[in-house]
Design a protein around this ligand. Structure first.
Ligand code: SF4
Length: 331
């Protein structure tokens, strides 16, 4: 990650992680801000500057810690150590949630967040799964915070149930020797290579992602893949069949035996379109008038008939190429 400026809440320097970041990025200009949520200078920037804004690193503390129920792979979505990311997937849902401020924000009060997570993990009658990576990419974040080397063994020792996070990055080496006790579930997002190249700007290649899944499985982590988001390009059947063939050929036997799969179809929005047209004018337009329909608040999803056809196709081909894998849901 190549940052050129750090914006920081002065209070964050009273935390050990804040001090570490201050030392690591001492060569950059540091600009004090009142709140990581409202940086006036950023709010004034045009859509065309969207990608440039990803070169700012924002450091603060997380003040709201409300868990949201979730009925997919996890029981709760947990606001955790970061939000946003330096990559720029053209469909990234963080763009909708945070509009232009989907740049990387690091929250240095990790002890407070961990404390709540550990306590909450004992509050329910059954062990729960906590999604700690829904607002950012923790593998990417970890390259500058090393938070996962602290979180994974800590939760293994003190927590109940599981934690999980998805990623599109592959810097997993520091996680391989950790004492995780099978309580961290690792999920890698995959897509056909041409979609990664054109649409998932700044993320890891498919072959590196597959190597990372195999390594994490070999290290004993429960591992899954997200085929996400499925994008209904004109040639999607060919692209996704090729993807499944590649997975069949390159995932290890051990990985394939324990693999679980989530499938998520793309949603898009008016805001994405407006930003992408100005910030990435040479990239494909993901809005497809015939295939998409409105879903309220300027959001679009695939029309039921197009989606139904896509679902049947993906289900059949998962069964064909990865018959041992467990398909958890399609959404
Ligand atoms: S890697 Fe994840 S968080 Fe980052 S831009 Fe892509 S979808 Fe968004």
């Amino acid at each position: 990650m190549n940052f050129n400026t750090v914006y920081y809440e002065p209070d964050s320097l009273t935390y050990p992680l804040g001090q570490k970041l201050k030392a690591d990025f001492s060569h950059l200009p540091w600009i004090p801000i009142k709140s990581h949520n409202r940086i006036e200078e950023m709010q004034k920037k045009s859509n065309a500057e969207f990608y440039k804004m990803k070169s700012y690193l924002i450091i603060g503390t997380r003040k709201t810690h409300r868990y949201v129920e979730n009925a997919k792979i996890s029981d709760y979505l947990v606001p955790f150590t970061s939000s946003g990311c330096t990559a720029a997937c053209l469909y990234c849902y963080l763009v909708c949630n945070y509009n232009k401020c989907s740049y990387l924000r690091l929250f240095v009060n990790r002890e407070q967040m961990m404390d709540k997570l550990l306590k909450t993990s004992y509050q329910y009658s059954h062990p729960c799964t906590f999604e700690i990576g829904s607002n950012s990419d923790l593998i990417l974040e970890n390259t500058i915070t090393q938070n996962l080397q602290w979180i994974i063994p800590y939760f293994a020792k003190e927590g109940r149930g599981n934690i999980t996070f998805p990623t599109k990055f592959t810097m997993v080496e520091p996680l391989l020797p950790l004492d995780h006790q099978g309580k961290t579930i690792f999920r890698m997002s995959v897509n056909p290579s041409s979609i990664i190249d054109q649409i998932e700007i700044g993320t890891a290649s498919l072959s590196k992602r597959i190597q990372a899944i195999n390594s994490m499985c070999e290290a004993g982590y429960p591992t899954g893949i997200l085929i996400a988001p499925v994008i209904l390009t004109e040639d999607y059947k060919q692209l996704y069949e090729e993807l499944l063939i590649t997975l069949e050929e390159t995932l290890t036997e051990k990985t394939k035996k324990q693999l679980f799969i989530e499938v998520i179809f793309m949603t898009y929005s008016f805001i994405h379109r407006a930003i992408n047209q100005e910030a990435f004018p040479n990239r494909p337009d993901l809005y497809h008038k015939e295939l998409m329909t409105g879903r309220g608040r300027g959001r679009y999803c695939y029309r039921p008939e197009a989606r139904a056809e896509g679902e049947i196709f993906i289900k059949d081909y998962i069964k064909k190429y990865l018959p041992e894998a467990h398909l958890v849901y399609i959404s």
